[in-house]
Every structure is written in C-alpha cells, then in structure tokens.
Design a protein around this ligand. Structure first.
Ligand code: ADP
Length: 843
C-alpha cells in the first residue's frame, strides 16, 4: 500500500475560540480530578473518556500498549450507546495495523501527537484502502476532525487517547492539541502512579507471602533454627531448637547464649559466633556431641552450622544457627562399625586360640584384643579343683597394674560367692551386669579390701561368660567397663558369649590334643618294650596288643584288636576274675594262646586320678592332725612320766604344775578332736542348723563372760553394744556362740601381754555385724583369704609359739555360710586385726 505520511496538522478555523477554551479548561480540570480520585486507572480512564464526549469530543477512545507490544482498547465513548457498540464491533473486526502510518499505532511508535483538523473524504478513502467496506460506514459516521495524543511518562509510552469530532462539527486546532496533550500527560502520570502503587502492593504481598512461608518452615522445620544478634542474644528460636535446649522457645528471647546454655557450652560456642560476626564467613557442619535437658541421660550427636545474617546494607547483624540431629545416623554408623570390629576380633581371637596349645596364656593374651576397645579391663578365671585360679587381669590403664595384680593374686573368685564367676560357673549361664551399683559391689565382695580393689579397677558395667566344653564349665571370662558412660548391653553380651564359646572350644581342643599326645607317647613306650603287653577292657575286648605280644603269641595285632579275649585265651574266665580282684600287685598265671603255653602277669588297671587326689587329701589331713596331736600328747606323756617317777621327790608346786600341764594339754587334745569332728560333720553334710531369731547381744555377752573365766588376766576383754534395742538375728544361737568363741580365743591367743580385745555388736542395713578386734600380730593382706582355708596357719612351724589346728576359722566360715552369713578380716598385717562376722537380721 502506498504510504503517505499525513500532514502533521491541518489548517484550523477559530470559531468561538475563547468560550470553548474555557469549557476545555473545565473539562481538563474535571478530568484531572477524576484521575486523582482513584488508583483504579482503567475505570478512571473510562470515566475520563465519558467526560470527554460530553465536553471535548464526539468520540473518545483510549488504547493501551500491552507489555507484549500489542494494543488493547481500554475505552471508547460516544453519547449514543449504539454507536459505541458499533465502534467496538468494528475495532474487533478490524484491529489496527501496528505499522499503520497514522492513528494510534503511529502515535505510539513515534510518541508524537497527531492532529487532523479536517478529515477529508480523501483521507477516509486512503485509510480504508485495504478495507473498502468500511468507507461507507465511516462516511456515515460523519467524522470531521481528530486528535491522537500519546500517554507518555518517565520515557515510557503507555498508550494513546484519541478524540474525534463528528456530528458536533467541531474542528480541532493546535490549541486543542495542547489541551489534549496536557490531559494525556496527566492521565499518563495517573496511570503510572496507579501502576507503581500496584507493583509496590504486589511486591509487598509477595514479601509477606514469602515471609509467611519462611515462618511456616521456621516453625515446623525438624532442624533446630535460631537467629542470634551480635550480642549473642536469642532473637528467634524454633521449636526444634527449643527442645534441644530444653527451654520453651519464648523463654529464649532476649536471653544470652550463656544464660541459656551455661558457661561451659557458651565458652565453646561463642568463638564460632564471633568468627561469623567478624569475618562474615559461615562455620559449617561442626560435629557436636552432648546431652539435652530433655534427655539428660542420653548422649546425642548434632551437626551445627553458623551463618552470617545481613541486613539490606549487607551489614552482618547476627548469626543464624542451624542444628541437625544426626544421632540416629551416628548410632547406625557406630553400630555397623562396632559389629564389624566385633567380627574381626572374633576372627582374630579364634585364630590365636587355634594357633596355640598353651590355652592359659592365649586366654590371657586375648586381653590385647579386648582392652581397651571393648572393655576397660578383662579377667580370666579357670576352675582348679575346688577353687578358681585367676590367670589374668589386664587393665587398660598401666597405673592400675598394681590393683590388677592384687585382684589376680589375692582375689580370685571363690565358689561361695553369689555373683560373677562363681555364679557363671555354677549355672553355666552368662550374666550381664548392665549397671554395677555400689550395693551390688558391696554384696559381691568378701571384704573391704576386695571391695577397694574393684573400686580402684573400676566397675561400672560388667559381663561374665562361661567357658564351657563337653557340658562342663571350666572357667569364665569377665569384661568390665570402668566408665559409667559405657554400659554393656545385650549386643555386647552376645559378642562376649561368642568369644567365650570359641575360647572354650579352642581350650577343649587343646586339652584333647594334649591328652591324645600323652596317650600316644604312652602307647609308643608300650610298642617298644620287650614284654608282650595287652590291654583288655571291662567288656573283655582287647584294646592293645603290642609287637612283643604279636611275637610271643604268633597272633598279629590286626587279628587280636577288637576281639573278645575269651576267644583267644583258653580259660579267660579265671584270668578275668583275677583282674577284677582288689589285688593291685601283678598275679602270674599260665595260659594257653594259639596252642602255646605262656606265663601271663596280670594287673588290674584302674583310673586312679580321682582316688589319688582323695588319698593325697587324706594323708595331708592325717599328717597335720598327727602333728597337732603329738604335741599335747608328748606334754601329757612327759608330765605323767615325771609324776610317776619314784626316784624324784616332787614338791607340791611341781606336782600341781605337772597336773595343770596334763589338764590343759588334755583340754587342747579334746579341742583338736572336737575340731576334727566338726570338719568331718561339715564335709559329710551331716550338720544341722536351726535358724531362728536370736538375741545377738545376749550371745555376745555370754561368750565374753565365759572367755573372761579362762583368759590370762593381762588381757583386757571388752564388749560394746548399741545403746538402743538390737533387732534379733536369724541364726542358730549355738553356732554363733561357737564362731564368736573361736574369734575371741584367736584374738586372745594372738595378742601380746596387756593386749586389748574388743567385741562389738552393730547393725549394718539388713545385717548384724559382730566384730572382734585385737592389737596383736595382725594378718598380712596377702593372707586375708587363705586363713579361712582348712589347716591354713600363718605360722605352721610355731615360730610365733602359738599352737592350733588351722581349723577354727575354716569351721567359722563354713558355719556362717550355712546360716547365710559371711566372715572376713581387716588388717594391714601389723597393729592388730579385726575379724568381722555378718549375719542377716530376722525379718
Ligand atoms: P588356729 O587354730 O591356727 O588358730 P584358725 O583357723 O583359727 O586356726 O586360724 C588360722 C590362722 O589365722 C592362725 O593360724 C593364725 O595364723 C591366723 N589368725 C587367726 N586369728 C588371728 C588373730 N586374731 N591375729 C593374728 N592372726 C590370726
């Protein structure tokens, strides 16, 4: 289409110029008022357009430039609504061409106003060149004059306003254009203000929305969040952090770190805060371990980060704290690590155990795998006859070596103990002492010194597992934690049980191997002797047939072994009878084997191990007793002989002296015999105790009164009892009397001249305690346990010059144990000793 830039303006005529100008000014003033009245610019502009058609134009259209560059009609106004509708339809049907050389697109593009004072028919024809059907319509509308002004503000085009004069016959001129431009400027400013306001509103709404989101996240986040100002004071704290700190969120506000967390923790945290505040650098993912006020007994793990918080000017105004609880993750990791470590220890332990036949030192060397990783100390006990032998005690702390040694040498467990090794050996079951209380410790130790040894080694948690092989428990392993923070649980016990099982199997194998070796060596000897040797078991089956026997009988071992002896030997019956007799010496007998006559030397072979042990015990007993009996007998015999002599004239004092010797030594003899009878009764379990409530003070008084009758006058014997009533003790009165008498006799016996012996009765918790103290020789700590063993005497050779059987304390201990009591000695080895006997109170 040929383009023709229309003239910038057409010449105008000036009819009624001044009156119109006044009207126009009024119109502009009214329009300005309208524009200022509301921020809803769409409606205001439409109102302005409506105002324009009554005052300033026949038509007024307002078009806005959309952000995408297209035009949209905001308003079109005419007095006649039908014409408005027609105009709208036309605008829809014939949208403006954005490249059009005049009209709204041109004004928007060039930002220059357009004025057509006179709309000629020629112009109409030109404008409808591409839509000729419009021409007639436009002609009918009678368009006479038009102005189009851009809406420009802050260098931005917002749209354009078009004024058209038609039926009024008005013609616009330059002055009208100035008015129109003035109005357009005001309108543009109003639109701009409205838009700015809307943007601000939207921004504010957006900010509020995002703040609400942040608030919601802050409150509900499972991680602990806090904002602290530059003075280390809490400004905001979420629930999760409040829980960790054990203080309601609102109580944090305005309080300082030191106030809430205490000096120690604040001392650790403040440097991080300071670092963040001073450098503006974050501190990320610090691993922190601690406890919360909410669960003080439980150690938890957190990852803590500190971030700088800045204001709008980028100034660091505080510290953001983010705390993530990673306890579960840490626990899972630690559990997996521990399981792995346990497995590798088990594997290594098995290897060690299998690799050595010296199981005792191997069991001891397991300590290196277990301490300090799994336990703070470790002990191994093995059953040795009727007692335990402690073969190792290893503590992680070398400074405790002396105590470990004490535990090993002096305090091997005893069968009669209720807990620990003794219990495990009795039941064959492992035990876990998750938390070892002071009471448990006190109840499972035999005396104060034993208690002290365990206290020094530390016993916060312990487990004891049996070493069982072939259905027999031959020892126990004990793992102990000295740290109340490390308490053993079921998993640890499982591990220890595994270890115990493997150790037991290895030990059993080693024993079997040794036994087999021993037998193999014995068999080897038999193989090489020149005598024919054969062994027949109780079923009459030949189990051994040596090469010499093969030669002598001409029967090969392969034929003899496993056969009934009766099949090989004629008249085996009579030979078997000889073997079964109690005769231990070899018996020689003629036999016929394989048609040959041979002389057979027959010996009954028995497993003598057990019998021999009993024999040894018996002979020990007999020799001790004979020794003890011989001393008083010799004195009696000597005195009697002297009295009988006729060649010596004895004065009255000598006679009385000799008779006294006879009397006192007889007394001693009777006592020895009495002790032996007691031992025999105790050992054969023929002893009966009648437990009933007894008056401990009365018994003690009886014993002390009786003792005063015979003790040397130089020795002071005193009884101390509580001032108030003493509850009755559950025991057998005769047996307590016997124990007390023995303790008092010992105290007197081992006291120096002028010594002082004190008997005291006190109640300690649910127990009654008798103590007998002297200031005599004392008992060295290393002997504290042994003196309670049968026949044990510190001074068997009587270098101290005091005789005895070494049975009194043994009998006392046994009697007390049968009444549910116990006995121990407290003494440093010099300056006297205190024997303590304890019994339960009657309910
Ligand atoms: P004994 O007949 O030898 O006194 P006991 O069994 O009564 O036998 O005592 C065992 C050992 O304990 C004694 O031989 C002695 O060495 C020691 N003993 C017992 N009581 C005392 C004491 N009060 N002071 C020092 N040593 C004692």
């Amino acid at each position: 289409m040929p383009r023709r830039t229309p003239p910038r303006s057409w010449p105008t005529s000036p009819p009624r110029r001044s009156a119109r100008s006044a009207e126009d000014q009024r119109f502009v003033a009214q329009a300005s008022e309208l524009l200022a009245s509301s921020l809803e610019y769409e409606r205001t502009l439409a109102n302005v357009a409506a105002l324009a058609v009554s005052e300033f134009a026949d038509w007024c259209a307002i078009d806005m430039l959309e952000p995408a560059g297209s035009l949209s009609r905001l308003a079109i106004a005419h007095r006649d609504p039908e014409k408005v509708q027609l105009a709208n339809e036309l605008a829809e049907k014939y949208p403006p061409d954005s490249d059009a050389p005049y009209g709204v697109p041109n004004v928007i593009r060039t930002r220059q106003p357009e004025l057509f004072s006179e709309i000629s028919d020629e112009l109409l024809v030109q404008a409808t060149a591409e839509t000729p059907e419009l021409l007639q319509l436009l002609r009918e509308l009678g368009l006479r004059s038009s102005m189009c002004v851009p809406l420009v503000v802050r260098d931005r085009v917002l749209g354009a306003i078009t004024f058209i004069a038609a039926e009024s016959g008005r013609r616009y001129d330059e002055r009208d254009l100035i008015t129109a431009e003035d109005l357009a400027r005001r309108a543009a400013t109003a639109v701009d203000n409205a838009l700015l306001y809307r943007e601000a509103q939207a921004a504010r709404r957006e900010a509020l929305d995002s703040l609400a989101v942040v608030d919601a996240i802050f409150a509900a986040a499972p991680v602990g969040l806090a904002f602290m100002d530059a003075n280390f004071q809490y400004v905001r704290v979420n629930e999760a952090l409040a829980t960790i700190n054990g203080l309601p969120a609102e109580e944090h506000l305005g309080r300082s770190l030191r106030d809430v967390l205490g000096d120690e923790l604040a001392h650790t945290i403040e440097p991080y805060h300071r670092h963040v505040l001073e450098t503006g650098e974050p501190v990320l993912d610090l691993a922190v371990e601690g406890r919360t006020a909410a669960a003080p007994g439980e150690t938890r793990n957190w990852l803590v980060s500190y971030y700088p918080v800045r204001d709008a000017t980028e100034q660091v105004i505080g510290v953001g704290v983010v705390i993530t609880d990673v306890t579960e993750r840490e626990r899972a990791r630690a559990a997996a690590e521990a399981a792995g470590a346990r497995l590798s220890v088990l594997a290594e332990a098995s290897q060690r155990l299998a690799g050595s036949l010296d199981y005792e030192s191997t069991l001891a060397s397991l300590a290196r795998l277990l301490v300090p990783r799994f336990a703070d100390w470790y002990a191994v006990d093995v059953v040795d006859g009727s007692r335990f032998r402690r073969i190792a005690v290893v503590h992680k702390d070398p400074a405790k070596e002396e105590w470990a040694k004490k535990s090993m040498e002096l305090f091997a467990p005893e069968r009669r103990e209720l807990e620990g090794t003794a219990r495990v050996a009795r039941t064959g079951e492992a035990v876990l002492y998750r938390e070892v209380s002071e009471e448990l410790l006190a109840a499972s130790t035999l005396n104060e010194e034993h208690h002290e040894v365990l206290r020094q080694l530390g016993m916060a948690s312990a487990m004891c597992v049996p070493l069982t092989a072939g259905g027999r428990t031959f020892g126990a392993l004990m793992l102990v934690s000295a740290d109340p923070e490390r308490l053993f649980g079921e998993e640890d016990l499982d591990f220890a049980k595994h270890l115990g099982r493997r150790a037991a199997v290895a030990v059993d194998n080693a024993r079997l191997y040794r036994e087999t070796e021993r037998r193999a060596r014995a068999a080897l000897v038999v193989q090489h002797v020149a005598d024919g040797v054969l062994l027949v078991n109780t079923e009459g089956v030949i189990r051994l047939w040596n090469p010499a026997a093969e030669q002598l009988t001409d029967v090969p071992a392969s034929e003899a072994l496993g056969r009934q002896a009766a099949e090989l030997f004629d008249d085996w019956e009579s030979i078997a009878q000889l073997a079964e007799s109690d005769e231990h010496r070899p018996v020689t007998q003629a036999v016929k084997v394989n048609g040959r006559e041979l002389w057979l030397s027959i010996t009954a072979v028995r497993d003598l191990t057990e019998e021999r042990a009993v024999e040894t015990l018996k002979s020990d007993f007999v020799s001790t007793i004979s020794h003890e009996l011989r001393t008083p007998l010799a004195a009696i015999y000597g005195a009697a002989l002297t009295l009988r002599r006729e060649d010596v004239i004895l004065g009255e004092p000598q006679r009385t002296g000799l008779l006294e010797v006879i009397a006192s030594e007889s007394d001693r003899l009777a006592r020895i015999v009495n002790d032996v009878l007691w031992v025999s009764r105790l050992e054969s379990d023929r002893l009966r105790t009648t437990i009933e409530p007894c008056d401990a003070v009365e018994i003690a008084r009886n014993v002390v009164d009786a003792a005063r009758q015979y003790i040397p006058v130089s020795i002071k014997l005193a009884l101390t009892t509580p001032t108030g009533a003493v509850p009755p003790v559950a025991a057998d009165a005769d047996k307590i009397r016997q124990v007390l008498t023995n303790l008092v006799e010992n105290a007197v016996k081992y006291s120096p001249d002028g010594g002082r012996v004190t008997v005291e009765v006190v109640t300690v918790g649910p127990r009654l305690r008798f103590t007998v103290s002297d200031d005599g020789l004392g008992v060295p700590p290393a002997e504290h346990r042994r003196i309670f063993e049968k026949f044990y005497r510190l001074d068997p050779d009587l270098t101290r010059g005091v005789g005895g059987t070494g049975l009194g304390l043994y009998i006392s201990r046994e009697l007390l144990e049968r009444m549910g009591g116990r006995i121990w000695v407290e003494s440093s080895g010099a300056g006297g000793s205190t024997f303590v006997a304890e019994l339960p109170l009657a309910d």
